[in-house]
Design a protein around this ligand. Structure first.
Ligand code: IMP
Ligand code: MG
Length: 187
């Protein structure tokens, strides 16, 4: 696998833009409207999985018309430098909020093998939330190993490594306003 130079811009690594800024805006607005209808009167807790979910969370919050809370969890699922999930996620930072009796909506950047969300869902379910659902921006459905009930899904994408809009390549380029495909040489 060729190496990413951390001081260069993203351009050498971009194969093509997969989802444009305008497409992301439009779809996030639709999801926000749908979630606002479904959770009216429930003051949901949007539980974002760090770090990839942050840009999606903050845009989704702005598209919600209902009161809601937010909190964060961090899960590590990748070996250092690896581009595929190790399949054994670890909770690095647990949620601070007591979720018993709450309507919890997990907000995640991408579901790939499903191991990360499966692990988080099992853990949170033991804490007896009133409801527990999943909202993912991207779904690499071809690669699913563990079945995950996805209630809200932004886009189904092909089996290619993507970055931007919260998703990283070696912790870089999360700030890009679009989703791009990483060149094959770096995957
Ligand atoms: P899973 O446990 O295999 O479903 O992997 C989910 C996690 O892997 C996500 O939360 C992402 O952080 C990361 N991930 C999976 N595919 C990609 C990708 O194409 N680009 C960046 N991160 C990814
Ligand atoms: Mg993630």
């Amino acid at each position: 696998m060729a190496k990413i130079n951390p001081v260069s811009g993203y351009e050498p690594y971009l194969e093509r833009v997969l989802i444009s800024e305008a497409q992301l805006k439009g779809r996030v607005a639709e999801l926000g409207a749908e979630i606002s209808r479904d959770y009216a009167g429930l003051c949901p807790l949007l539980l974002c999985i760090l770090r990839g979910g942050v840009m999606f969370l903050t845009d989704l919050m702005r598209s919600l018309s209902i009161p809601h809370h937010i909190d964060f969890m961090a899960v590590s699922s990748y070996g250092v430098g690896a581009r595929v999930s190790s399949g054994s996620p670890r909770i690095v930072l647990d949620v601070n909020t007591d979720i018993a009796g709450r309507h919890v909506l997990l907000v995640e950047d991408i579901v790939d093998s499903g191991h990360t969300l499966d692990h988080v869902l099992r853990l949170l379910q033991t804490r007896e939330p009133a409801s527990l659902k999943v909202c993912v921006l991207l779904d690499k459905s071809e690669r699913r190993v563990v079945d995950i009930p996805v209630a809200y899904r932004g886009f189904v994408i092909p089996d290619e490594f993507v970055f931007g809009y919260g998703l990283d390549v070696d912790e870089l380029y999360r700030n890009l306003p679009f989703i791009g495909v990483l060149k094959q040489a770096y995957q």
